[in-house]
Each structure stands twice: as C-alpha cells, then as structure tokens.
Design a binder for this molecule. Structure first.
Ligand SMILES: Cc1cc2nc3c(=O)[nH]c(=O)nc-3n(C[C@H](O)[C@H](O)[C@H](O)COP(=O)(O)OP(=O)(O)OC[C@H]3O[C@@H](n4cnc5c(N)ncnc54)[C@H](O)[C@@H]3O)c2cc1C
Length: 447
C-alpha cells in the first residue's frame, strides 16, 4: 500500500500529525516503537496547552479522559517564600501521566484510520515526518545542530507519603544553588520529583534534593517508589527543519528547557503546523515551497521565543544564587529584544487610564504566508520596516494581528481579550512584552 506520509514516533507530535493528516483524507503510516517498560513520568501542562488542543481538535477528548486538573504552581525562585500562582476558572492546566496521555492520542489516531506499524513500511512516501523526539532518527542526519547550551541532566523518581504530600494539585519548582527541582502530582499520595543539574556534576539524586529547602521539608518521611531515572534534558535546535520531503517535528526539531513547561504544547502545535504544511503541499504542489518554508519559519521562531524566555528566568535566579549553573544559562537578551525604554513603555501602559495606540505611517501591507483552515495561503499582512524581515511572532504574539487590532481598543484588557479570541491564546506578560517592544521600536505610539 502506498502512503502519502510516513510519521516516525508515536509521542504527542507523531500521533497528532498523523491523525490530522488522516482526518484530512491522506493515507498515513505511523511507525511506533513500543517501550520495553512503560515509564511512570508525570508532566505538567499549563493552561495555554488548551489552545494547542483546540488547534489539534482534541480538547473534548482530553477533558473526557479524566486527567487531573492543575490548580496552578508554587515557585521558590530565588526566594524563601513561594510565589503561588493559581489558575482562575475557566482556565486550568493538566497533570498527566505520559504513558496514559500518549496512549489516548495514539488511540485517537488509529480511530481516524492511521495505520500503526512497528517498523518502517517497505515503500517510501512523498513526505516523511520525523517525530521521534530526542532520538531524531532523521533529524540527526544533517538537520540538528549543536546548541552550545550547557548540558543538563534530569534525574527523577516517584515519591510516596502515606497520608499525602503537601501542595495538592500544584506544580512545584524550587531553584537551588546547582540547579532546580520540579514536582508534579501523580495522585494524592504520590509526586514525581526531578532535579535538573549540570550533566558533568556527580549525579547523586538524594544529595541534590538535600540541598533544597522547600522540597527537602516536603519529602521528609516520604519514600521513593520504583527506580530513579536519569535522562538528558539539554536544549537543542536544528539549522533547518525540512528538506527533501522530510519535516522534523516536535522534540525531533528542537527541545525547550523543561523549565518552560511548554514541551508538549510546542510538540502539538508543531505537529499541527507540519500537518497543515504537508496537507497544503499534497493538495496543491505549487504551494509546497510556501507551506514548507512557513512551517520552518514558525519552528525557528517558537524555539527562539522559548529560549529567550528561559534565559530571562535563569537571569532572575542568577541575581540571588551566584552559581555557574545559573549564570551560564542566563545569557543576555539579543539587542533587538532589549531596546532602551522597554521598562518605561511598560510603566506607561500600566498607568494610562486608557490607551490610544497609533500605527506608524511606515507600516505597509505585504503578501505573507498564513494558515487559513487547514491550508497555508498567501494573504495581505501588516508589516513594519522597523522589525526584522519575516518576524511573525514575539513572545508567541502574532505581530500583524496585534497591529490590526491595535487602534480598535482603548483599554488594555479589551485589546488582550480581542487578540486571544481570534488567536492562539497568550498570557498577559507575554502580550505586554510584545506590545512594549512595538512601542519601543516606534511601530506603535501611545497617545
Ligand atoms: C525531564 C523532563 C521533564 C519534562 N517536563 C515537561 C512538562 O512538565 N511539561 C511539558 O509540556 N513538557 C515537559 N517535557 C518535554 C516533553 O516531554 C516533550 O517536549 C514532549 O514529549 C515532546 O513530544 P514529541 O512527540 O515531540 O516527542 P516524544 O514525546 O519524545 O515522542 C517521541 C516518540 O518517538 C519514539 N521513537 C524514538 N525513536 C524511534 C524510532 N526509531 N522509531 C519509532 N519510534 C521512535 C519514542 O519512543 C516516542 O514515543 C519534559 C522533558 C523532560 C526531559
């Protein structure tokens, strides 16, 4: 049987991309390598993952599967007291056991007609999507590049305390001198607890946890259940994300520092965009270069956005914990993203009774790629010469869309809500960050 696309790897990216392509009428093989022993890893998915679920058309199924809802997070981020952020209804995140989550997504793909195989099919296909995660079956053949990022190791285990562990329903994170600790509830009595440290440090899990404050107290009287697992958690990216009918997708394409908590969201969004690009190319070969180039551009920008974000967080800790772990990960922002006057713009926005934004007269209209439904098309978009050519997103905010809406609202919350109602949802700090950058670059002015 001939396939239109072969997808390698049945994690969140592979199951999503293959299911969408099958839904859109294509013949798809998903090559799955079952794990010898399922691992009981729990992960935390922030509320913004729901935009990715929505794009991928699985919101209802995920909600129906009964995964625990995340109430928020508590962070000891260079502070003695935790900063607790709870998610106000109707926003919520999830705590998922990855084995259960991946099985659900795989079942949904098979139900849509995806052909699940345990080895690559004998014949090739016009498109092959590498969704094999860090393994990068094809990504390592000339796509991935060395990142220069300090090597990070994650070591984790499930902890159980009869009678329950504190901070029910919250994801916990604590920075310590040589790394950070992270915990996701598995159930009332159990938490998955990991530490991220420099890969060259001696990897004594318990000794690392003993140097924490809040985690040490929380785990007093708790016992480890099962094995302690270590894995590489060093971020990386690719120099190109597609070529010769191959697309590298999800973690195969780039890996975000787990600090971002956006890995699954990025994998699903990346899979959706890859499926849209491949669907466009299969439907109309003349649009293939446009669609694939747009996929590549979005992959590149998603990684760069997340990398800057993480560097900022590490910089906060580096101010109070003078350890190379933090200073080496807290690279300064590239000049373009940290122009003079950014903080002043934020202050102006915060204190203004109303905002009257005006677009620069230099802003023009150009035909640019965009997604309409499940296809990449060219459509007119607002572009500003003050910004680097091709820059579509800042902090996950789509610039042309923000420019379109900017003059229509005089209250910041209204502008933010209007943006979120038609786009992938972004949180307020990221939205403000993008807006301030446009103000500092005179793309917008505040009157
Ligand atoms: C320590 C740690 C903590 C994390 N915590 C979080 C978190 O809390 N929240 C979050 O959102 N993200 C988190 N992440 C990131 C998240 O796990 C990944 O971003 C996400 O799993 C990426 O999905 P994917 O489908 O691209 O890759 P994967 O989930 O890695 O899936 C790849 C699949 O390909 C399969 N495969 C590999 N080789 C082959 C082959 N040769 N043939 C066939 N199949 C193959 C693998 O078995 C796997 O099923 C964390 C990551 C780490 C390392």
């Amino acid at each position: 049987m001939g396939y239109d696309a072969i997808v390698i790897g049945a994690g969140p990216a592979g199951t999503t991309a293959s299911r969408l392509l099958a839904e859109w009428g294509h013949r798809v093989a998903l090559v799955h390598r079952p794990k010898a022993r399922p691992v009981n890893v729990a992960e935390s998915l922030p509320p913004s993952v729901r935009t990715a679920f929505h794009l991928a058309g699985i919101q209802e199924q995920v909600d129906g599967a009964g995964f625990a809802r995340s109430a928020g997070n508590a962070a000891w981020w260079g502070t003695a007291e935790p900063r607790v952020e709870t998610y106000p209804p109707p926003r919520w995140g999830y705590h998922v056991r990855r084995a259960d989550f991946d099985r659900l997504l795989c079942d949904l793909a098979v139900a849509r007609g995806v052909c699940l195989l345990e080895s690559a099919p004998p014949a090739s296909a016009p498109f092959v999507l590498d969704c094999s995660g860090r393994t990068g079956v094809l990504a390592r053949r000339g796509f991935r590049r060395t990142s220069g990022y300090p090597r990070t190791m994650a070591i984790g285990a499930v902890w159980r305390k009869p009678g329950g562990l504190p901070y029910a329903g919250l994801t916990l994170v604590e920075a310590f001198s040589g790394g950070w600790a992270w915990s996701v509830p598995v159930d009332e009595d159990r938490r998955y607890v990991s530490v991220m440290i420099d890969a060259r440090r001696a990897a004594d899990y318990r000794a690392q946890l003993a140097t924490t404050e809040a985690f040490r107290k929380m785990l007093d009287g708790a016992v480890i259940e099962g094995n302690i697992r270590a894995c590489d958690a060093t971020p990386y990216t690719c120099s190109r994300f597609a070529g010769s009918g191959i697309l590298v997708v999800g973690d195969a394409a780039s890996f975000l520092d787990p600090l971002s908590s956006f890995g699954v969201k990025k994998a699903i969004t990346s899979a959706w965009m890859a499926a849209v690009a491949v669907h466009t190319a299969l439907k109309d070969g003349s649009r293939a270069p446009l669609a694939i180039a747009y996929f590549e551009e979005r992959e590149r920008q998603a990684y760069e956005d997340a990398r800057r974000h993480t560097a900022r967080y590490c910089g906060q800790v580096a101010e109070t914990l003078p350890h190379p772990f933090w200073s080496r990960r807290a690279s300064s922002e590239p000049g373009f993203y940290a122009p003079a006057g950014l903080t002043a713009q934020l202050e102006l926005l915060r204190t203004a009774a109303e905002i009257r934004l005006r677009r620069s007269e230099q802003i023009g209209v150009e035909k640019r790629p965009a997604v309409e439904g499940n296809e990449v098309v060219e459509r007119p978009k607002l572009v500003a010469p003050q910004l680097p050519p091709g820059l579509e997103f800042v902090n996950g905010v789509e610039i042309s869309r923000l420019l379109e809406l900017s003059e229509r609202h005089t209250q910041l919350p209204d502008l933010w809500r209007a943006y979120n109602s038609g786009n992938e949802e972004v949180d307020l700090p990221n939205f403000l960050g993008a807006l301030c950058l446009l103000l500092a670059k005179d793309v917008l002015t505040l009157r």
